[in-house]
Structures are given as C-alpha cells and as structure tokens.
Design a binder for this molecule. Structure first.
Ligand code: 5GP
Ligand code: ZN
Length: 113
C-alpha cells in the first residue's frame, strides 16, 4: 500500500473509477483516457511499482486471468484483444503501480508505436 499512489487510492476507493470487476487479488477499472472501445486496467491490490519489481507468479497470473475473464464479459474475444504491460520510460509507463492494459473492440496495429 502506498498513501500517494493513484492506483492504490483507486483500490481503496478513495478516488472514483468505473470498476468492472474485483476479487481478492485484483481490481479492474476503465481507463480514464481510453485508447480503444474497451480499455480496462487490471491492477493487483498489493502495491508493486513495475513489472520489473514483481516477484509473485500467482499475482501476475491473477492479472492475466482477470483480463481474459473481462474480455469474455466485454464480448471482445471473437474479434480479438490485447493484454499489455508497459514497464519503464521507453514503454511509456506513467503510473508506477503495475497494471495490465486490456484493449479491444477495434483492430489493433502491430507493432505498437
Ligand atoms: P501507463 O502509461 O502507465 O502504462 O498507463 C497508465 C494509464 O492510466 C493510462 O492509460 C491513463 O490513461 C490511465 N490513468 C491515469 N490516471 C487515471 C485515473 O485517475 N483513472 C483512471 N481510470 N485511469 C487513469
Ligand atoms: Zn500503488
């Protein structure tokens, strides 16, 4: 837990967010600036700054499994979707509480910019 971390504050419901799913391990909410018709962020309840800091395979697995379950709920499985983690400056990470982006609902370009 971090007092000042934006996503810890969303996890604690001190800051409002459009939560789409939560369980004992993760909280998932809609990105405030969506880059696709479905753009959901999945975060662990526990504060871990980046993927490079993550040491828990169960925690990382819960992020991925939650993303796959949300994709089914959002109806984007047939069209296809992307689950991505930005780590550090070159990837454009701006919030230092590890999060998985679930993106779908449109054709996604590859490679990303
Ligand atoms: P990053 O660039 O670190 O991989 O992703 C951070 C994401 O958090 C961005 O897509 C950004 O739009 C989103 N974001 C930043 N602040 C907020 C907020 O207060 N609420 C929500 N729901 N998303 C946020
Ligand atoms: Zn945090």
């Amino acid at each position: 837990m971090s007092d000042s971390c934006l996503f810890c504050r969303i996890v604690r419901k001190e800051i409002p967010a459009k939560i789409v799913m939560e369980n004992e391990h993760v909280v998932a909410f809609r990105d405030i600036d969506p880059k696709a018709p479905t753009h959901v962020l999945v975060v662990p309840r526990e504060h871990v700054a980046t993927l490079d800091d993550a040491r828990s395979a169960p925690m990382l697995g819960e992020l991925m499994l939650a993303a796959a379950a949300i994709a089914r709920d959002e109806g984007i499985v047939e069209g296809g979707y992307r689950a991505v983690v930005n780590c550090g400056a070159n990837a454009g990470q701006t919030v230092f509480h590890v999060h998985l982006h679930l993106l779908g609902g449109r054709k996604l370009n590859w490679p990303p910019g």
